[in-house]
Design a protein around this ligand. Structure first.
Ligand SMILES: [Zn+2]
Ligand SMILES: [Zn+2]
Length: 334
């Protein structure tokens, strides 16, 4: 089969490799789409702990090709989405049900071969079946959508509350839509790139502003108390902005993935005096079923977030090129 193989730092090559041999509890999935994520770029740049040779790609949708001998009730041809995260089941956190914090966490496309290939082997527990009329390209968003749902689980968005999202990328625009359907009355998105602001407006988010105009905008609209600020960029300035804009007693959700070594100054006094809650959000425990349901409901506007569709052969080039403002979500289709 054809695969994009991560050979070493800054080297991904298209190669012919054997189709994975599945174990008795695994499913061989014929990949139809796989999202390209910031994590893949980090691995490519050698900034993430992933061992080459590796086939990356963890935002996978496809069809069941073959099932292991221990599996019943899953027919070949069934459309599926994949939860890439594999927890060990026996560490301190797994025993507490905190499976995303597993000390031995593995992931398809990160610690074992993933979806930048025509076929991928996936444990049965990580397979979620889709309805036959679900668009498989769209279904590659199940994993990022699940991550966003976990973030929403960790904050308390009350009906009528005010939410500020810092960052209008694909993730920021998913989170903004989720905040709306969760019950926020006001959802403001702060994003410097005009093309992203335009997409945000087109998908039904009315309050989208340039970060330089954010203060004035909030003043003008009398939005002077933001209950929840979601940092969806992963930068130090946006993190500090999040602390600044959250109201007294408010919450800050740290969702964007910042560089591992980045540090910034914060005022402990401000956190104390404002009684802020700062909450991290890491991957997607127990929410993939909900992500599938939500995606299939059509209640979210996700189509427009997929701005770039490429073939497997283009992976080496696309992964080495920083995404432009126009590229919200890039997916590889087969
Ligand atoms: Zn991802
Ligand atoms: Zn564990």
């Amino acid at each position: 089969m054809k695969a994009a193989v991560f050979k070493e730092k800054q080297d991904v090559s298209i190669e012919n490799v054997p189709v994975p041999q599945i174990e008795k509890g695994q499913v061989l999935v014929e990949t139809t789409a796989c999202g390209l994520c910031g994590t893949d770029r980090h691995i490519f740049q050698g900034e993430a702990p992933a061992e080459p040779p590796l086939i990356m790609g963890h935002e996978i949708s496809g069809r069941v090709q073959e099932t292991g001998s221990a599996i019943s009730g899953l027919s070949p041809g069934t459309k599926v989405a994949v939860d890439p995260n594999i927890n060990c089941g026996h560490c301190y956190h797994c025993h507490r049900g905190e499976i995303n914090l597993c000390e031995n966490l593995q992931a398809v496309g990160v610690t074992r071969d993933g979806g930048f290939a025509e076929y991928v082997a996936v444990p049965r527990e990580n397979i979620y079946t889709l309805s036959e009329d679900t668009d498989l390209s769209l279904a590659s968003l199940v994993e990022p959508l699940a991550c966003c749902l976990h973030g929403m689980d960790l904050v308390d968005i009350a009906a009528g509350s005010r939410v500020l999202i810092l960052g209008g990328g694909a993730i920021g625009l998913i989170l903004a839509q989720l905040a709306k359907i969760t019950g926020a009355r006001t959802v403001v998105v702060s994003e410097p790139e005009p093309v992203r602001r335009k997409i945000a407006t087109e998908i039904g988010l009315p309050s989208v502003v340039h970060p330089d105009h954010l203060s004035d905008f909030l003043d003008k609209e009398r939005i002077n108390k933001i209950d929840t600020v979601i940092e969806a960029v992963g930068r130090m300035d946006t993190f500090r902005q999040a602390l600044k804009y959250a109201r007294h007693g408010g919450q800050v959700l740290v969702f964007g993935v910042s560089p591992q070594k980045a540090v910034t100054e914060v005022s402990p006094f401000a956190i104390y005096e404002k009684e802020l809650t700062i909450q991290g959000s890491y991957v997607n425990p127990f929410v993939t079923e909900q992500a599938v349901n939500l995606l299939e409901s059509g209640d979210l506007n996700l189509e427009q977030l997929i701005t770039t569709e490429v073939q497997l052969e283009e992976v080496p080039e696309i992964i080495s090129t920083p995404p432009g403002p126009r590229d919200l979500k890039t997916i590889i289709t087969f």
